[in-house]
Design a protein around this ligand. Structure first.
Ligand code: BES
Ligand code: MN
Ligand code: ZN
Length: 492
């Protein structure tokens, strides 16, 4: 698993500016004011920092911009990164500035002189998040160096170290989500996925892996109907984090874990089908969040459940027109085998509510292409039956800078799921495709359970770099969910 780059937090030592190897970063204000670190860098480079500030190019400098002086004379380092920092910057602005450092860090050691800057923990978190690469499947050139440490110099190193521990836990969670979501489907089979989750016993989670015989016994027929065309066995994994009071009802997180979605007999076109290796992104977020909560020893009870299946065509695959009875007991006419995510989620959601009587239920899924048409790659679609619960999540997402936008639900949309021969169809047609998918799920939410459905098809994995991640999996949701749990479910 990809580990965040190692960090070291030290008391300010200005002499290291001249002697450190790798990259050195110092801060200047957008007005061109120097702090003790940048003043020292300016002195050892005989005024190079001041010349940069006086240059025309610097006139447009904004908070978060980074200007690099290569092979600076008077320094051992091969680059001096001059980071523009507004001393009054807010938390997210500090993260963005940190991300600028993470983007250039590479495998070099990096020494960042932050002086007495407030919110340095956000700066470091941004750097850690952006400093991610998924290169497990690239053959290393023999001379590839080990990734060098990120050293932060600050006037109050102990306070900063303490503030960092939860941040590092969150980053580790997000990296697990990214690794799972980036992993190709021949590697991340249902069995391999379950094994990686089972490994999280080591960090204090209780983990159960339910196999096909147990799922049959439980009556999870719609979930099993999706996986029956694949040689990979369907599984449901239950992860429990018991950080809260014994009697506190947990928050339940449920994730769609389709390790590959060919569409089944309703086969997808070839172009772009390779992207469906990320169709387990919802389960990836659930896994990463559970990891972050456990590493951060968050004082809350949270259960995470994922439905792991592969949607393949075969002589044994579900056909369009088949009718299957869900664990709840309602029957579903499967019009399109490519609308498989909801069939996986409905059984796992039902089981989660039956077994855990959760105080709230959040499901995450790369559920519909339609949500990408509606919201692009900026926002996940948010659907909910509870305004207060939903507002709490939206607030958390905003605070973490993860785009989330509420979408409507309503009876007229639900009516689009009526079937001639069964209790419902699994699709409602092209109009409002993301909403009818959410309506399908809502039929499996028990009365009185606050519920949020997050359609993350547009945000789980993207084709260009984002502020906090290189192209590919983003880990969207881990930070928001961790904050939501802290704010709403944790003992204070
Ligand atoms: N996994 C897809 C949705 C998806 C599309 C995720 C693009 C990420 C990127 C889902 O299982 C699917 O195939 N949905 C269909 C539903 C349709 C058949 C009603 C879709 O969106 O076309
Ligand atoms: Mn599909
Ligand atoms: Zn799918």
């Amino acid at each position: 698993m990809t580990q965040p780059v190692a960090i070291e937090i030290k008391a300010t030592d200005l002499d290291a500016i001249a002697t450190a190897t790798g990259r050195v970063a110092v801060c200047v204000s957008p007005d061109g004011d120097l702090d003790p670190g940048s003043r020292r860098a300016n002195r050892v480079t005989r005024g190079a920092v001041q010349r940069l500030i006086d240059s025309d190019g610097f006139k447009s400098a904004r908070h978060g911009d980074l200007r690099t002086l290569a092979w600076p004379a008077g320094m051992e380092a091969e680059a001096l990164d001059v980071l523009v920092i507004d001393r009054k910057a807010k938390a997210l602005e500090m993260r963005q500035a940190g991300a600028a450092l993470g983007r250039v860090k590479g495998s070099q050691p990096m020494h960042v002189f932050t002086g007495s800057q407030r919110r340095t923990e956000d700066l470091v978190q941004g750097a850690l998040l952006r400093c991610y690469a998924f290169d497990d499947h690239k053959t290393p050139s023999s001379d590839r160096p080990e990734t060098g440490t990120l050293t932060i110099y600050h006037t109050r190193p102990d306070d900063l170290s303490e503030a960092m521990s939860k941040r590092v836990a969150a980053v580790e969670g997000a990296f697990m989500t990214r690794d799972l979501t980036n992993e190709p489907a021949n590697v991340l089979t249902t069995t391999e996925f379950a094994n990686r989750l089972d490994d999280m016993r080591a960090i204090g989670l209780e983990v159960e892996v339910l196999d096909e015989a147990q799922l049959t016994e439980l009556g999870m027929r719609t979930l099993l109907s999706v996986g029956q065309g694949s040689d990979s066995p369907s599984k449901v994994v239950v992860m429990q984090w018991k950080g809260g009071a014994d009697d506190a009802a947990p928050l339940a997180l449920v994730g769609k874990g389709v390790v590959f979605d060919t569409g089944g007999i309703s086969l997808k076109p070839a172009g772009g089908m390779e992207d469906m290796t990320m169709d387990m992104g919802g389960a990836g977020v659930v896994a990463g969040t559970m990891r972050a909560l456990a590493l951060g020893k968050v004082k809350a009870n949270v259960v995470g459940l994922v439905g792991l299946v592969e949607n393949m065509p075969s002589g044994n695959a579900t056909r369009p027109g088949d009718v299957v009875r869900s664990m709840k007991g309602d029957t579903v006419e499967i019009i399109n085998t490519d609308a498989e995510g909801r069939l996986v989620l409905c059984d796992v959601m039902w089981y989660a509510q039956d077994r855990f009587k959760p105080a709230g239920l959040i499901d995450l899924a790369t559920l519909t292409g339609a949500i990408i048409i509606g919201l692009g790659h900026e926002n996940a679609g948010v659907f909910s039956n509870d305004d207060d619960f939903c507002a709490g999540f939206l607030k958390s997402a905003q605070a973490e800078g993860e785009g989330a936008w509420r979408m409507p639900l309503g009876k007229a949309y639900d009516d689009m799921l009526k079937s001639r021969i069964a209790d419902m169809k699994n699709i409602g047609g092209r109009p409002a495709g993301s909403i009818t998918a959410a309506q399908f799920l809502q039929r499996f939410v028990q009365d009185g359970t606050p519920w949020i459905h997050l359609d993350i098809a547009g945000v789980a994995s993207v084709k260009s770099d984002t502020t906090y991640a290189p192209k590919g999996a983003t880990g969207w949701g881990v930070l928001s969910l961790c904050r939501f749990v802290e704010d709403r479910f944790a003992d204070k």
